[in-house]
Design a protein around this ligand. Sequence first.
Ligand SMILES: Cc1cc2nc3c(=O)[nH]c(=O)nc-3n(C[C@H](O)[C@H](O)[C@H](O)COP(=O)(O)O)c2cc1C
Length: 262
Amino acid sequence: MRKRGLLFLAACVMAAGVLAGCSSNREAAGSTTQEAETTTEAETTTESETTTEAEMTAEAKATAEAESESESSPAAAEETSSEEASAEEGNAEEEVSAEGAEGKTLVVYFSATGNTERVAGVIAEATGGDLFELEPADPYTDEDLNYNDDNSRVSQEHADESLRDVELVSATVEGFDEYETVFVGYPVWWGIAAWPVNTFIEANDFTGKTVIPFCTSSSSGLGESGELLAELAGTGDWQEGMRFRSSVSEEDVTAWVESLGL
Ligand SMILES: Cc1cc2nc3c(=O)[nH]c(=O)nc-3n(C[C@H](O)[C@H](O)[C@H](O)COP(=O)(O)O)c2cc1C
């Protein structure tokens, strides 16, 4: 009986030994799996990060290259500056040809009471032309201009054509040859151009110039006033011209000038 008890105890010790060995193996196997999983994860992360970094580097490089090409590459800079230069050249050419086509403009006028003077100013402004006032050496006073008085200066001049040669302070304009276009302005007196203008017309050569008459009046139209001046001049390419009412607006005068297409 005592011998059987010893055998049982020995068997138990052996069984416990076997069980302990199995458990430690299982633990070791678990740790290997975890290690393997960690390695794979680490490798994957590193790989993906490396890829992204590589892609970003390539992208940054491409961007940098593109920027450097457009900004600092001598060829690109040359291209840009030559493009800018040719655009500037184009504008300069346009300006020159526009100026050349228009030439210089002169606005000559006689005005007894200021209406024609105002219109002349608007024309000069709109054309960028020079103004020149025809001033009688003996200026007209209000009494002189009273056409209701048969004895007034204008009435006498109207009645006797020989009295219409009105001397001007100056009948010639400095650099007249340089003007390509000449506007000639006057008030209408008894249906024709106020005669102080005649002295200027007779004193100048309009050859090669475009001449554009304009006038102001209370109610009369341009009539034959422009044609009579053209006859008196004998030279120049005279245009039909325009009559404005005495109180014409600046806008209407400007619109007319623009319609001429100078
Ligand atoms: C002597 C004289 C004659 C005029 N004859 C006419 C005329 O025949 N028809 C007309 O519509 N206006 C006539 N007027 C009015 C002027 O033509 C008009 O007031 C004009 O705008 C005046 O221009 P000014 O201010 O530049 O002198 C006459 C004015 C004067 C002083």
